[in-house]
Design a binder for this molecule. Structure first.
Ligand code: SAM
Ligand code: DTB
Ligand code: SF4
Length: 456
């Protein structure tokens, strides 16, 4: 048996035995990718009955799991929710080739070319917004927006030279380096965030890498356990990680890890010289391999060209798995940083740039949460509305990001009321898209599955 089919067979066995371990979830992911390639081959060469049988089997097992999820929801009279784990969620739809509605077709693809993404990005704004808004409604409930809260648990004094960052030791900014916060202080802040309606708590440290900071790491593991124990989803952004550290964080209950690529590989060395793009990609793969959801995005306003924005989206959309979430930040210009001091008002990122980037991300990574991140203070409610229409479905809330200001809770509560948004609950998956549930989205399956259904 080929390796791919062996993994599928053992995954089916584990699912039958009711196992939902992270190993099984990882296997569902690799099985689904292998089966998709087999399905395409079956489509092209009319071959491989073994793959067809396994795909059928796998599909039934996953459908059973899904039915259980839905039955649980039906029992409590709650509208349907998908699994919260992005891999589990995506595996439910593994036999889906594309979705279409109202003249727009989309699919989860990993073979995008830069040219294809550029063509989407460069469309007339009104057309891009229409397509992105339609894709958003085919895959998501547009009224549900995730709220995450950031806390800087170790501020300033960072040895990296990121030319936008207030926390680099190389720039003279308003930030005063402070020691790592105590576990109890962090848990208190997490409890306050939960009270204020946040469902994901993200702890940031101004480090190049976790390295051999053993003591601090043990405290961070305690923080992760504590925040997870409060029923919040936990995210960290601590710089580069090795594979063992990623596994330890996963064991402690970490849901997601934020590690941004910031810009295209070509523009990156003009922004940061103390680490490489490859370094960042390695950490992202350590995080993914540990079974932690990847949160990875970038910043607009770093002096990049539009080709660099497309270049960043191309890297993200061709990763082995699309990130669970993609934060799109507008540069928060900080006095004393090379980019902050350089920038003139005309070079500032405007709301149309942000909406264009978010819309393109939404189209090329339809199942990813796109987070409207730093820079919201410089956009009006109407401008932010345009960004939600483009497909953003997550924000950072609270009056502080890491070191800079963010709209306060009251402001966001009134924005959510005005726009008719509700927050996504913690540890619960997103709602099934209402237009999918009501049958208005046309869903195409891989040819192999269609043949199986026809034969059954
Ligand atoms: N030191 C860790 C790292 O770099 O991965 C974690 C903290 S770092 C501040 C997290 C991210 O915040 C950066 O990767 C960058 O994308 C974003 N960021 C930092 N300063 C920013 C600014 N002034 N404006 C917008 N985004 C910023
Ligand atoms: C991300 O993409 N944006 C957040 C989060 N990930 C960690 C950070 C924004 C930082 C903005 C500048 C500051 O507050 O220091
Ligand atoms: Fe350090 Fe992160 Fe800021 Fe870069 S972005 S200087 S790594 S804190």
């Amino acid at each position: 048996m080929a390796t791919g089919s062996r993994v599928v067979a053992s995954t089916i066995r584990a699912l039958r035995q009711g196992s939902s371990s992270s190993v099984v979830r990882d296997n569902i992911r690799s099985s689904s990718r292998w089966l998709s390639t087999q399905a395409v081959r079956v489509d092209r060469y009319n071959a491989n009955p073994e793959a067809m049988a396994m795909m059928n089997n796998m599909h039934n097992n996953i459908n059973n799991n899904n039915n259980n999820i839905n039955n649980n929801n039906n029992n409590s009279n709650v509208r349907e929710r998908l699994p919260n784990d992005d891999r589990e969620r995506n595996s439910i739809y593994m036999d889906e080739s594309s979705r279409s509605m109202a003249g727009v077709t989309a699919s989860v693809r990993h073979d995008w070319t830069k040219d294809e993404i550029a063509k989407i990005y460069e469309q007339p704004f009104h057309e891009l917004m229409y397509q992105a808004g339609t894709v958003h409604r085919m895959y998501w409930d547009p009224s549900e927006v995730q709220q995450c809260t950031l806390l800087s648990i170790k501020t300033g004094g960072c040895t990296e030279d990121c030319s936008y960052c207030s926390q680099s030791v190389r720039h003279k900014t308003f930030v005063k380096p402070t020691p790592t916060m105590k576990v109890q202080e962090v848990l208190k802040a997490a409890a306050a965030a939960k009270e204020a309606g946040s469902t994901r708590f993200c702890m940031g440290a101004a480090w190049r890498e976790l390295g051999n900071k053993k003591n601090a790491f043990n405290h961070i593991l305690e923080m992760v356990k504590g925040v997870n124990g409060m029923g919040l989803e936990v995210c960290c952004t601590l710089g580069m990680l090795d594979a063992t550290q990623a596994k330890q964080l996963k064991q402690a209950g970490l849901s997601a890890y934020n590690h941004n690529l910031d810009t295209s590989p070509e523009h990156y060395p003009k922004v940061i010289t103390t680490r490489s793009y490859e370094d960042r990609l390695n950490t992202i793969s350590n995080v993914r391999d540990a079974g932690i959801s990847v949160c990875c995005g970038g910043i607009l306003g770093l002096g990049e060209q539009e080709t660099d924005r497309v270049g960043l989206l191309h890297v993200l959309a061709t990763l082995p798995e699309h990130p669970e979430s993609v934060p799109i930040n507008a540069l928060v210009s900080v006095e004393g940083t090379p980019i902050g001091d350089d920038i003139d008002d005309l070079a500032k990122v405007d709301a149309f740039d942000m909406a264009r980037m978010i819309a393109t991300a939404r189209i090329v990574m339809p199942r990813t949460m796109v987070r409207l991140s730093a820079g919201r203070l410089s956009f009006s409610d109407a401008e932010q509305y345009m960004m939600f229409q483009a497909g953003a479905n997550s924000i950072f809330n609270g009056d502080k990001l890491l070191t800079t200001d963010n709209p306060g809770m009251d402001k966001d509560t009134s924005l959510f009321e005005k726009l008719g948004f509700v927050g996504k609950p913690a540890h619960k998956g997103p709602m099934v898209a209402p237009l999918e549930a009501s049958g208005q989205v046309h869903i195409s399956k891989y040819e192999a599955t269609k043949q199986l259904y026809a034969a059954a």
